[in-house]
Design a protein around this ligand. Structure first.
Ligand code: AMP
Ligand code: GLY
Length: 424
């Protein structure tokens, strides 16, 4: 069958790599795509993915049997609803189900209604009551914009003054809603489940590194590197996550008449009282897809089709349980602030010589020359028998990339490596 993948990031390059390998995939198109996805199929930068009628017409003309939506924005815009209504199979949640990512307030209310463990919260539409609330609660306390903010709308305030500053900044935008949360303590991990509206199967764990600098310092980013699996999620914790978080979420969404189909990505805090939900995303993570897809040992396409068709019974995605994957994001100097575009990147083939996978994100081809064209530019992934081995291979590959204008964290995987070295 022909497949259309929507998106242009490193996640989409990793998905194109996995989809393109499937014996079921005849032709793969990526809209808009990047020079990395072009290695696995044809890019369609001319297709405006916000024009749902145009996407539908493209699917009909190219006889697309499956559309896979990578990023959150087209999900929240209802692309899956419009394609499904036209009889086109599209993988990902409907607009109503994507509220699990698009609205923190919605998710918090669902958690409250179904006893799903999460941080205590209150939602505010106006500054004064929000200020009164943080003064009454004290610090540390967490302030979040209620809406898609790409991780940038969150302040973990160490003091009441910091929380007040964050509230004033958020409410400076008219029409803002804000969620104020209890601060959770523990280690964070990402948990991915493939969902068909009724059932969910766990498909892997990872740990992201959100801060821009080594030692988890500096501003939050989209993610500077990741590894999988996250060994801190033991089989017992996995069961607890499935039973206390994922299953009641699916039941709650069904009860609302908005069943969830697609990838449910739970951002977890592993607290002393057990795993708690920090937030949901309704898609694969970026850069988590760049470590999940290389570990996949079964065909991705039949699993996505079964989820779209509402019946995952008997379907499984298999991951190489004995292999760890680690990815290092290379970003343009200045990221997550303003970056200079257009610097030349060399050495990708040399980096891949020892089996590393170089996924492209913000890149642009100018003839045979590859140019940086965004904040996060490359994700360099390697596999190993341990996180430590994957880490050594990934950094060896990074060293072969000739891009003086780029930078990366040097400590991706530090928690897992420390645990491995401690023997646990
Ligand atoms: P979010 O965009 O909700 O994932 O939040 C971004 C980051 O803020 C998370 O990855 C956590 O590191 C942190 N965070 C969010 N909510 C909380 C909370 N309730 N307690 C502690 N840290 C949090
Ligand atoms: N890596 C975080 C995200 O995809 O949202």
């Amino acid at each position: 069958m022909n497949i259309l993948l929507i998106g242009s990031g490193g996640r989409e390059h990793a998905l194109a790599y996995a989809l393109g390998k499937s014996p079921l995939c005849a032709r793969l198109f990526t809209a808009p795509g990047n020079p990395g996805t072009a290695r696995h199929g044809r890019n369609r930068p001319d297709l405006d993915v916000s024009d749902h009628a145009a996407v539908r017409a493209f699917c009909e003309a190219e006889r697309i049997g499956l559309v896979v939506v990578g990023p959150e924005a087209p999900l929240v815009a209802g692309l899956v609803d419009d394609l499904t209504a036209a009889g086109i199979r599209a993988f990902g949640p409907t607009r109503a189900a994507a509220r699990l990512e698009g609205s923190k307030g919605f998710t918090k209310e669902l958690c409250a209604a179904h006893g799903i463990p999460t941080a205590g919260f209150a939602r505010f539409d106006a500054l004064e009551p929000a200020l009164a609330h943080v003064r009454a609660q004290g610090a540390p306390i967490v302030v979040k914009a209620d809406g898609l903010a790409a991780g940038k709308g969150v302040t973990v305030a160490e003091t009441v003054e910091q929380a007040e500053t964050a509230l004033r900044a958020l409410f400076a935008d008219p029409g803002t809603a804000v969620v104020v949360e209890e601060c959770l303590f523990g280690e964070e991990a990402s948990f991915f489940a493939l969902c068909d509206g009724t059932r969910a199967i766990p498909i892997g764990t990872a740990q992201d590194h959100k801060r821009v600098f080594d030692g988890d310092r500096g501003p939050n980013t989209g993610g500077m590197g990741a590894y999988s699996p996250a060994a801190i999620i033991t089989p017992a914790i996995e069961r607890a996550v499935m039973d206390t978080i994922i299953a009641p979420t699916l039941a709650g969404m069904r009860a609302l008449g908005t069943p969830f189909t697609g990838i449910l990505y739970a951002g977890l805090m592993l607290t002393a009282e057990g795993p708690k939900l920090i937030e949901y995303n309704t898609r694969f993570g970026d850069p988590e897809a760049q470590v999940l897809m290389p570990r996949l040992s079964s065909d991705l396409v039949p699993a996505l089709l079964s989820a779209c068709d509402g019946d995952l019974t008997g379907t499984g995605l298999e991951f190489d349980a004995h292999r760890a994957a680690l990815t290092v994001v290379m970003a343009a100097a200045g990221y997550p602030g303003a970056v200079v575009r257009g610097s030349v990147i060399r050495g990708l083939d040399e980096a891949a010589a020892d089996g590393a996978l170089v996924f492209q994100a913000g890149t642009r081809a100018d003839g045979d020359t590859l140019l940086a064209d965004g904040g996060r530019v490359l994700a360099v992934t390697a596999l190993g028998d341990s996180v430590k081995e994957a880490q050594a291979r990934a950094y060896a590959a990074v060293a072969r990339i000739d891009w003086p204008e780029g930078f990366c964290r040097r400590d991706i995987g530090h928690r897992a490596v420390a645990r491995e070295e401690a023997g646990g």
